[in-house]
Design a protein around this ligand. Structure first.
Ligand code: ADP
Length: 760
């Protein structure tokens, strides 16, 4: 190669090297610039981070100081909490999930005074052991092991029930333990010694008060019982006296004695009943009975008073409600007599309406019976409504003082209804009237569902005449249910206007303003109308002599049980015109045979066992022996009363002065019927009956024995029947009740004791 070539080559190489150097230099410069930028950015970032670190540091310091403050606060709160826990007088402790004590206040630990082992860290089970071992706790009738086991079981329960333990020093501690989250237990030990003592004092005071109250009730019951016996003599003798020849003045005196005696007996009965209820001695005697009849009896008893005051006494017995139930008829009658009696007593004019409705329970066995008694009387001020059910409570103001009463009736009625699992209520408007109601649940008897009464075919349209709208409404409702169309008229004149050929029957009230029932009948007949007329009268036994009586098909005593009214209407079948009574079988409600439903003495438990009177002998029958009656009675006055009460009967009477004599007389005299006083010297009536029943045993004979009691006490009714007596009569004795018993038990081979009575 030439030098020039070499030089050119070298120069080319140098140039290339120089270019490369330039390139590298510019690359370096670019890298330097980048580095510079990067360094700048980095410096900025470092500056930022430094600022941030400074902020975090200050923050940290703030948090640290906050934490210190918070810790200090927590410490203070904890100290305060402990301080508070320490100051409470009751014990307080916590335990962890392993049943180890975390802490407890002094009160809690004080029970274990002197036992250093008891403190934080001790287990609950160990504490129980210490409590029994050291005799700190009084285990009462349990062994220490049993007591610990019971306490341990309780402790382990998820929700331990509070319990009371008694300490050796008669302090009572109530333990309330609450298991919290994670198994910790907070335990409270409350010292309840003071309240336990207070409760004990209270209990003994209450027991004393109750005992005193029972003693008072027993005293009252005994007193009333004792008073009844002599009252028997007073009332009985007065009754006998009124049967003798007396001039008017003497009769007035005798009646006054009798009426006052009876009034006194009503009060005594109230007091006695109340005392018996108070002393839990009154028992109910359920038996099948007819509720409608029972209501009717009460109404008949109160009818004369209502009539004298001009009050209408109305019964609305739900047409489809059964009448026969199982209950204590005597007590139902007592409640009704009180409530209806009050309604009559506190009403001057208007009406008293007894409404009976009922709903059979789903099981078809029981019936929910509602009886309400509405009156248009003086009413009760709202603030006195609750007061009147209290014993001896009356609405005490001027107007009330004119009414007699003990203020016990409603209290007794309410208790009786409660005993029948029912309730009593009242609504009243002062000056306008009251409505007392009660509800009882009574089982229905098998024969409870009555047949719907059937009206005669030809009876499709009846005219009902009554000046009282409520009476018209009730009759219309009942007849309507039996598909008889009713035209209701408020007076005789309206009836005359309304009557036409479509009318098959006229049911008229007796006393009405303007035209009474007799006058209406007369006008109808004189006008040539021979529609059958039935008259309802609140005093059916009077005015029998009215010439218009002949126009009436029947005169019925008002209010009349529905069944009897429908039975009477059923008789009209096929009958036209004023049939009068001729040729018709007499009915219980015809005037000629109005049955007196006047209630007798209180219920007789076995009334249903009464048999019909035995066959009566005609005048031509061969002579028969006299019925033999034994009366065991120690009181001479009562013997006299008894003798006089049956003086008109043809019987052979023998007295026994005590139970021993009665047993002997049973053997010697072979009585057909025995009247047995219960309390007698030497041998009482129950024992004597027992002896007689022993003698009878095996012979197949059974003499009926009627207990005579002043008033059954202490559930005596059952005791009397259990002792072998068949019936009981309460004193004062009533002639009719005694005569009825005698008539029922007269044997077939004896003369009818009442033979001579009808001639007198
Ligand atoms: P008594 O009738 O013997 O006073 P009760 O306990 O039967 O006692 O009645 C208490 C009181 O309730 C009565 O005295 C009377 O003030 C009031 N009372 C009861 N029934 C009625 C009524 N139907 N209308 C107005 N007040 C009545």
């Amino acid at each position: 190669m030439s030098l020039a070539n070499k030089l050119a080559e070298e120069r080319r190489a140098r140039l290339a090297a120089e270019r490369l150097l330039e390139l590298k230099q510019s690359e370096l410069q670019a890298a330097n610039r980048k580095l510079g930028k990067h360094a700048l950015a980095l410096t900025k970032k470092i500056g930022q981070s430094e600022a941030e670190v400074a902020t975090v540091r200050t923050e940290n310091e703030r948090v640290k100081s906050d934490l210190t403050v918070a810790n200090a606060k927590i410490e203070i709160a904890e100290r305060r909490l402990w301080h508070s826990i320490q100051t409470i007088q009751d014990g307080f402790a916590f335990f962890d999930a392993d049943n180890l004590m975390i802490g407890a206040n002094t009160a809690y630990l004080s029970v274990f005074e002197g036992l250093e082992e008891v403190g934080p860290g001790i287990s609950y089970m160990r504490m129980l052991q210490i409590l029994t071992d050291e005799g700190i706790v009084n285990c009462e009738r349990q062994s220490p092991a049993d007591w610990r086991a019971q306490m341990a079981d309780r402790w382990h329960a998820p929700n331990p029930q509070p319990t009371v333990i008694r300490l050796w020093n008669d302090q009572y501690i109530k333990l309330i333990d609450q298991r919290g989250h994670g198994g910790d237990v907070v335990s409270l030990a409350l010292n309840i010694t003071a309240s336990v003592r207070y409760e004990k004092d209270l209990k003994s005071a209450r027991e004393k008060a109750e005992a005193a109250n029972r003693a008072k009730s027993a005293f009252l019951a005994n007193m009333s019982h004792e008073i009844r016996t002599p009252m028997n003599g007073v009332v009985g003798m007065a009754e006998l006296l009124t049967d003798t020849d007396l001039d008017e003045e003497q009769r007035l005196y005798a009646n006054t004695i009798k009426n006052s005696g009876e009034a006194l007996l009503v009060i005594i009965n109230d007091v006695l009943d109340y005392s018996k209820i108070e002393a839990d001695k009154l028992v109910l005697h359920p038996e099948p009975f007819d509720l409608e009849r029972c209501i009717h009896e009460v109404v008949m008893l109160l009818q004369p008073t209502a009539r004298d005051k001009g009050l209408a006494l109305i019964v609305d017995y739900d047409l489809f409600l059964p009448t026969r139930f199982i209950g204590d008829p005597g007590r139902v009658r007592q409640v009704l007599t009180n409530i209806v009696g009050n309604a009559v007593k506190f009403t001057r004019k208007g009406h008293v309406l007894i409404r009976v409705t009922g709903i059979a329970a789903k099981d078809g066995l029981d019936c929910d019976i509602h009886i309400s008694v509405e009156d248009t009387g003086i009413g009760i001020p709202p603030d006195k409504i609750d007061h009147i059910f209290g014993e001896f409570n009356q609405v005490e103001d001027e107007r009330n003082r004119q009414f007699e009463g003990t203020g016990l009736g409603l209290a007794i009625s309410q208790r009786l209804v409660k005993m029948m699992k029912g309730s009593v209520w009242v609504e009243s408007e002062d000056g306008k009237g009251s409505c007392f109601g009660f509800k009882v649940v009574m089982p229905m008897t098998d024969e409870a569902i009555p047949d719907t009464p059937k009206m005669p075919e030809g009876l499709r349209h009846a005219i009902v005449v009554d000046d009282l709208e409520i009476n018209r409404a009730i009759l219309a409702k009942q007849l309507d249910l039996l598909d008889v169309r009713v035209t209701a008229c408020e007076s005789g004149h309206e009836a005359i206007r309304q009557i036409d050929d479509s009318v098959d029957l006229v049911i008229t009230d007796h006393n009405m303003p303007g035209m009474d029932g007799y006058e209406l009948a007369t006008l109808l007949r004189e006008g040539g109308n021979d529609v059958p007329i039935v008259m309802l009268s609140s005093n059916a036994t009077h005015q029998q002599t009215d010439p218009a009586r002949q126009y009436l098909h029947a005169v019925l005593q008002k209010p009349i049980p529905r069944r009897d009214l429908f039975a009477k209407l059923a008789e009209l079948d096929g009958q036209q015109g004023p049939a009068g009574d001729a040729g018709k079988p007499s009915s219980a409600h015809k005037v000629d045979a109005v049955v007196s439903h006047k209630a007798e003495t209180p219920a007789e438990p076995k009334a249903s066992s009464a048999q019909p009177p035995t066959a009566q002998t005609g005048p031509d029958s061969p002579a028969k022996r006299l019925m033999r009656i034994l009366a065991a009675e120690d009181n001479k006055t009562n013997q006299l009363v008894f003798r006089k009460m049956i003086k008109d009967l043809e019987v052979e009477l023998k007295f026994a002065n005590n139970g021993l004599e009665a047993v002997q007389a049973y053997v010697d005299f072979a009585p057909d019927l025995i009247f047995m006083d219960i309390s007698m010297p030497k041998m009482d009536g129950k024992e004597a009956t027992g002896e007689i029943r022993k003698i009878e045993a095996g012979s197949g004979s059974h003499v009926p024995i009627v207990a005579l009691t002043a008033h059954a006490m202490d559930g005596d009714e059952q005791g009397i029947l259990d002792a072998g007596l068949d019936f009981y009569l309460t004193k004062p004795l009533r002639k009719t009740a005694i005569h009825a018993r005698i008539a029922e038990h007269c044997p077939a081979d004896a003369e009818d004791p009442a033979r001579g009575l009808s001639d007198k």
